[in-house]
Ligand binder design. Structure first.
Ligand SMILES: [Zn+2]
Length: 103
Protein backbone atom coordinates (compact mmCIF):
# COMPACT_ATOMS: atom_id res chain seq x y z
CA UNK A 1 0.00 0.00 0.00
CA UNK A 2 1.47 3.39 -0.97
CA UNK A 3 2.66 5.53 1.93
CA UNK A 4 0.84 8.73 2.83
CA UNK A 5 1.53 11.69 5.13
CA UNK A 6 -1.62 13.44 6.41
CA UNK A 7 -3.50 11.64 3.62
CA UNK A 8 -1.18 12.99 0.92
CA UNK A 9 0.98 10.79 -1.35
CA UNK A 10 4.38 9.95 0.06
CA UNK A 11 7.38 7.74 -0.64
CA UNK A 12 9.39 5.85 1.96
CA UNK A 13 12.93 7.22 2.03
CA UNK A 14 15.63 5.05 3.56
CA UNK A 15 17.81 6.98 5.99
CA UNK A 16 21.55 6.27 6.48
CA UNK A 17 20.70 4.18 9.58
CA UNK A 18 18.23 2.07 7.56
CA UNK A 19 15.06 3.63 9.00
CA UNK A 20 12.23 4.26 6.49
CA UNK A 21 10.73 7.74 6.76
CA UNK A 22 7.71 8.87 4.70
CA UNK A 23 8.41 11.98 2.61
CA UNK A 24 5.67 13.84 0.74
CA UNK A 25 5.94 13.42 -3.02
CA UNK A 26 4.43 15.85 -5.52
CA UNK A 27 4.62 15.30 -9.30
CA UNK A 28 5.53 18.62 -10.96
CA UNK A 29 5.79 19.88 -14.53
CA UNK A 30 9.06 18.78 -16.13
CA UNK A 31 11.32 21.39 -17.68
CA UNK A 32 12.71 21.01 -21.21
CA UNK A 33 15.65 18.83 -20.08
CA UNK A 34 13.47 16.40 -18.11
CA UNK A 35 10.93 13.69 -18.83
CA UNK A 36 9.15 13.69 -15.44
CA UNK A 37 9.87 15.43 -12.14
CA UNK A 38 8.80 15.25 -8.50
CA UNK A 39 9.32 17.32 -5.38
CA UNK A 40 10.20 15.16 -2.38
CA UNK A 41 9.75 16.84 1.03
CA UNK A 42 11.14 15.50 4.30
CA UNK A 43 9.25 15.75 7.62
CA UNK A 44 11.58 18.69 8.43
CA UNK A 45 10.35 20.53 5.34
CA UNK A 46 13.48 20.08 3.23
CA UNK A 47 12.52 19.71 -0.43
CA UNK A 48 14.55 18.17 -3.25
CA UNK A 49 13.64 17.84 -6.91
CA UNK A 50 14.10 14.42 -8.46
CA UNK A 51 13.76 14.15 -12.23
CA UNK A 52 13.72 11.38 -14.78
CA UNK A 53 15.56 12.28 -17.98
CA UNK A 54 14.51 11.32 -21.52
CA UNK A 55 17.43 8.84 -21.70
CA UNK A 56 16.19 7.01 -18.58
CA UNK A 57 18.76 8.57 -16.27
CA UNK A 58 17.98 10.82 -13.36
CA UNK A 59 18.89 13.94 -11.47
CA UNK A 60 18.37 15.07 -7.88
CA UNK A 61 18.96 18.51 -6.41
CA UNK A 62 20.57 17.20 -3.19
CA UNK A 63 24.32 17.41 -2.42
CA UNK A 64 24.72 13.62 -2.17
CA UNK A 65 23.57 13.18 -5.76
CA UNK A 66 25.63 16.12 -7.01
CA UNK A 67 28.91 14.92 -5.48
CA UNK A 68 28.54 11.24 -6.39
CA UNK A 69 30.34 11.87 -9.66
CA UNK A 70 31.08 8.36 -10.82
CA UNK A 71 27.39 7.50 -10.74
CA UNK A 72 26.11 10.89 -11.89
CA UNK A 73 23.06 10.73 -14.12
CA UNK A 74 22.00 7.27 -13.00
CA UNK A 75 19.42 6.08 -10.49
CA UNK A 76 21.65 3.43 -8.99
CA UNK A 77 25.30 2.57 -8.93
CA UNK A 78 26.46 -0.63 -10.64
CA UNK A 79 25.87 -2.54 -7.38
CA UNK A 80 22.22 -1.37 -7.24
CA UNK A 81 22.72 1.12 -4.41
CA UNK A 82 20.75 4.32 -5.11
CA UNK A 83 22.90 7.36 -5.89
CA UNK A 84 20.92 9.28 -3.25
CA UNK A 85 18.04 8.41 -0.94
CA UNK A 86 15.53 10.61 -2.81
CA UNK A 87 16.30 9.03 -6.20
CA UNK A 88 16.21 5.63 -4.50
CA UNK A 89 12.71 6.25 -3.15
CA UNK A 90 11.35 7.47 -6.51
CA UNK A 91 12.99 4.53 -8.29
CA UNK A 92 11.68 1.91 -5.86
CA UNK A 93 8.17 3.24 -5.36
CA UNK A 94 7.24 5.02 -8.61
CA UNK A 95 9.44 4.08 -11.57
CA UNK A 96 10.13 0.39 -10.96
CA UNK A 97 6.52 -0.62 -10.06
CA UNK A 98 5.28 1.09 -13.26
CA UNK A 99 7.85 -0.85 -15.31
CA UNK A 100 6.69 -4.12 -13.75
CA UNK A 101 3.05 -3.38 -14.60
CA UNK A 102 3.86 -2.65 -18.25
CA UNK A 103 6.22 -5.62 -18.62
ZN1 LIG B 1 18.73 13.31 -3.53
Amino acid sequence: MPATVYGKPAVEVQQPDGELVAYLVLPVVADESEWRAWLVTSPKGETHRVSELPDGGCKCSCPAWKYNRHAAGRWCEANGVPVCKHAGAIWNEIIRPAMEISA
